[in-house]
Unconditional design. Sequence first.
Length: 116
Amino acid sequence: QVQLVESGGGLVQAGGSLRLSCVASGRTFRTYTLGWFRQAPGKERELVAVRGWNAGEISYAESVKGRFAISRDNAKNTVYLAMNSLKPEDTAVYYCRAYGVGGEYWGRGTQVTVSS
């Protein structure tokens, strides 16, 4: 059974940092595109950052460029999201997504709350 489990969310003050982790199990995701999405209350889910299996394939939402960094450890089947200079508008549930030839998988999300 394939599972994606996020962790690392929490409550932080504006300007602070958090590091999210997403551990995948049930198969190897080495050739999958891994990404982070978020959904704030009353808003649609949006892409935050995505990283392909090739280290050069990275993209970010404009709103997080220069503040967030996505990385992956294929040996650990894990993708990370380092979030710096957090703003109240970054408050959302953050979801991990894996996409590849075997299909699409989502985690259940981790809450990030940034207080002003």
